[in-house]
Design a binder for this molecule. Structure first.
Ligand SMILES: [Mg+2]
Length: 225
């Protein structure tokens, strides 16, 4: 089994710092304010979030731009803003998250990240809750814009790293949104949905996740065997 953790809403929460950095970086880049409240971010990759914002005329207006270029530039501006402001952000580890990752690591379980964050943001975020060295590898929003494609990126990297035959069924995605579960289902991986983000137990129970938990304090490897 290879355990792949989502970050936001699963391991930690950062109280809107991401959305503020998105809006700030867009304003800095395009020279006018962007109100992104109508776009949910949960479970999406960073490039996907920027593409949705920049292609919505109600938010972005009539921008005459090459969308692919604009998404790339917006991601770069966002990364700069996050690096500049992250140290002052309020960040809280979610219940059981740090303890669980440390326990699994101590048991020698293969641990990775599977997150919509750009890779440098992912490292910045988990480092903040003391888990900077806990994950051997990851698949990130900077690898693929579509979250459903990230499990196969992770699988490829895990095969190289752990030098043993692994199949998609050996992956377990641990995340807080229906999109995390969908990404697992897209390749036949298992999934643990945890209700510490924007989705409650009822919503997550409808996803068909292998296991649904109130918090990571209730996580058990036996439930995945
Ligand atoms: Mg999440």
């Amino acid at each position: 089994m290879v355990l792949l953790f989502d970050i936001d809403g699963t391991l930690l929460q950062s109280h809107g710092v991401g959305r503020r950095a998105v809006e700030h970086s867009l304003q800095a880049h395009f020279g006018r304010p962007f109100d992104t409240q109508s776009v949910p971010f949960s479970g999406k990759t960073d490039p996907q979030i920027f593409r949705e914002i920049l292609s919505d005329p109600d938010i972005a207006g009539d921008l005459d731009l090459d969308l692919d270029v604009a998404v790339r530039q917006a991601c770069e501006a966002y990364a700069r803003r996050m690096h500049a402001t992250w140290d002052e952000a309020t960040v809280d580890a979610l219940p059981g998250a740090v303890e669980l990752v440390e326990q699994l690591g101590a048991r020698g379980e293969p641990l990775g990240l599977l997150t919509g964050n750009l890779e440098p943001m992912a490292h910045l975020k988990v480092g903040r809750i003391g888990l900077g060295e806990a994950f051997a590898f990851g698949a990130y929003g900077s690898d693929r814009e579509a979250r459903n494609e990230l499990p196969l990126v992770a699988l490829e990297r895990a095969r190289g790293l752990f030098e043993r035959p692994l199949a998609a069924e050996d992956l377990v995605l641990i995340g807080d949104t229906p999109r995390d579960v969908e990404a697992a289902q897209a390749v036949g991986a298992k999934s643990v949905a945890v209700a510490t983000g924007r989705y409650d137990m009822d919503a997550l129970n409808q996803t068909g996740a292998t296991v649904v938990l109130e918090t990571l304090e209730a996580f058990s490897l036996d439930a995945l065997a």
